[in-house]
Design a protein around this ligand. Structure first.
Ligand SMILES: [Zn+2]
Length: 366
């Protein structure tokens, strides 16, 4: 009775609950079963994880079944409660059912996957084919959407001020991009690094929308969350990358607080140190860069920003770091002194951040 030493049952160790059907059985079913069997096995695994109080490990579990080079979406319904992920209502390739939120979460996460796959040769959030999980109908009249470290979550909105949060393609792109940031630069969600985290999500979310609409930079709206507000709100969207601070001005929800220049930088402890506020500054730097370069924003400016996020930025990077590193990446990708590199320097200069390495020092980082 080796296991029972110290009076502990083996099953109680690590707070595991002993289930009659072992986890690996469901894992096999997921790998090998028919669609319906896979679906049930997934629900089982998820229920198990929830019972263990290890909700957060579900994402880790999913990555144990990478679909490698294939898009694999799962849409869950929280049925207006706050348990994640909720009930699986649509898996990859399943027929449309369950209403607008389910369809939008499915279609738009697919658009986002395709964008990263085609444009940046990236396979999903972790670049290893991680499943894209979304939960809709989260909470009651819930006015938000979030990435919880494993999946996307969308509220229905209150129906009075806000529509459902799946309504904007760029919002879904934004949430998924948080996942990518988590796997790459892992920018700490506070202060300037947090504002960069927000900004890269806005940049990539907007680019997903622009690519689906096949828009040139000068034709894009550069808005984040257009369509989220109901008619009674005086506002076009949550944020404007083109003119930060101009997205809304409403008696109930107030005025868009975003600055678009370092001289208006907001020092605050609220909003994790202004992550959704000061993100207007790097957002506008990207916009200015993309407009100077013209054409499709994802081809040059977007590539520079993405490679910087993937390879160069770190947890505590600042706005200055982002300026220097995008400038350096532009030099590597398009050549030193190239129009692309100049556009990047001009973009940051336009928001009050001068590239230091552009004058004099040209030490090349490998
Ligand atoms: Zn965000």
């Amino acid at each position: 009775m080796h296991f029972h030493k110290k009076g502990r049952l083996p099953c109680k160790r690590n707070n595991y609950i002993c289930f009659i059907l072992p986890e690996f059985v469901n894992k096999r079913i997921v790998e090998n079963g028919s669609d319906e069997q896979k679906r049930r096995a997934w629900q089982n695994l998820i229920a198990t994880e929830q019972l263990r109080g290890r909700r957060n490990i579900v994402g880790g579990l999913y990555t144990m079944f990478p679909t490698s080079d294939r898009l694999y979406r799962s849409i869950f319904n929280a049925e207006n409660e706050e348990n994640l992920p909720g009930k699986l209502v649509r898996g990859e390739g399943a027929t449309r059912k369950g209403g607008a939120s389910v369809d939008e979460a499915y279609d738009y996460s697919g658009n986002t996957y395709e964008f990263f796959d085609k444009i940046f040769d990236r396979r999903s959030i972790d670049n290893k084919g991680m499943r894209l999980d979304s939960t809709v109908h989260y909470g009651e009249n819930y006015n938000n959407a979030f990435w919880n470290g494993n999946q996307m979550v969308y509220g229905d909105g209150d129906g009075e001020m806000f529509n459902r949060f799946t309504i904007s393609l760029d919002v879904i792109g934004h949430e998924l991009a948080h996942g990518i940031t988590q796997y790459e630069a892992a920018l700490e969600y506070n202060g300037q690094s947090g504002a960069l985290n927000e900004s890269f999500s806005d940049v990539l979310g907007s680019l997903v929308k622009q690519s689906v609409l096949k828009q040139n930079a000068d034709k894009a709206d550069w808005l984040i969350g257009a369509g989220l507000f109901k008619k009674k709100v005086n506002g076009a969207a949550l944020r404007s990358m083109k003119e930060p601070g101009s997205a809304y001005d409403d008696p109930v929800i107030g005025k868009d607080p975003q600055p678009g220049h370092m001289k208006d930088y907001v020092d605050t402890t609220s909003d994790n140190g202004g992550v959704h506020i000061n993100s207007g500054i790097p957002n506008r730097a990207f916009y200015l860069t993309a407009i100077e370069l013209g054409g499709k924003a994802w081809e040059k400016a977007g590539m520079i920003w993405y490679v910087t996020l993937r390879d160069r930025l770190r947890e505590n990077s600042t706005f200055n770091d982002a300026a220097e590193l995008t400038n350096s990446v532009a030099g590597n990708l398009f050549g030193k002194g190239s129009p692309e590199q100049k556009a990047v320097a001009n973009g940051w200069a336009g928001v009050g951040l001068q590239i230091k390495s552009a004058k004099g020092k040209t030490r090349r980082r490998v």
